[in-house]
Write a protein that binds this ligand. Sequence first.
Ligand SMILES: Nc1ncnc2c1ncn2[C@@H]1O[C@H](COP(=O)(O)OP(=O)(O)OP(=O)(O)O)[C@@H](O)[C@H]1O
Ligand SMILES: [Mg+2]
Length: 246
Amino acid sequence: MAQLICHHLSVGYDSKAVLTDLNFEVNEQDYLCIVGENGAGKSTLMKTILGLQKPVEGRIMVGDGLAQNEIGYLPQQKASQKDFPASVREIVLSGCQGRCGLRPFYNTQEKELAEDAMERMQITDLARRCYRELSGGQQQRVLLARALCATQKMLLVDEPVSGLDPKATAQMYELLEELNEIDGITIIMISHDIASAMKYASHILRVGKHTFFGTRDEYLEEYRRRKAYRRMIQKREAQKEEGEWQ
Ligand SMILES: Nc1ncnc2c1ncn2[C@@H]1O[C@H](COP(=O)(O)OP(=O)(O)OP(=O)(O)O)[C@@H](O)[C@H]1O
Ligand SMILES: [Mg+2]
């Protein structure tokens, strides 16, 4: 079975759907990029996969040894969250909360997990610093380390390069690629950066007006077909207009 299957899934708020009838599946070590316009419902879909929102309709099935609480999540950043008054170590450690259950402290294993995650994200030297004093790129690496504490299997990242400069953007993509290719972690990423989606993703899910799910090559093929179709329509319109002028 796949790690994640969405079957006739509709997502939204208060029983009102923002996205309807989504059908796709994600297998181990896939790199799925979700694209679509602002407000299309991408973040809502991610929250529904995580169990933070109830599906309006349809089903989400998690399998292949993955449990819903083993999915790491890097949420879309809001300006207010950038000001969070905690140390880097505290924020990374908070990624272990799902493992703690009702226990009110972190055990040695969880503390080691947080140290490992900081090392992998190259932020060990920032451990004592206050999160809100960091640059945008450093903050995103802290949040990725936090997400890693929750998982060795699947990461959901919502616009991880939003607001980053080209160097920090490239670093973030490299880290995600490494986690996918070397550590075998499945990645589901929301992005408006189509060029990078084409470079890194194995699969594309486009939501909104023209829903699409398939491999990157199938997406490119579909894109070319749509472009050729648009050109043909434009040509016909021009010919029609020419005819009207004659
Ligand atoms: N908590 C909420 N309650 C009700 N409606 C919401 C809530 N959060 C988002 N929405 C609405 O749901 C729709 C989809 O929002 P969502 O944040 O999922 O879009 P998005 O595709 O992630 O957009 P963006 O690319 O701008 O991040 C929007 O119309 C939004 O206003
Ligand atoms: Mg969003």
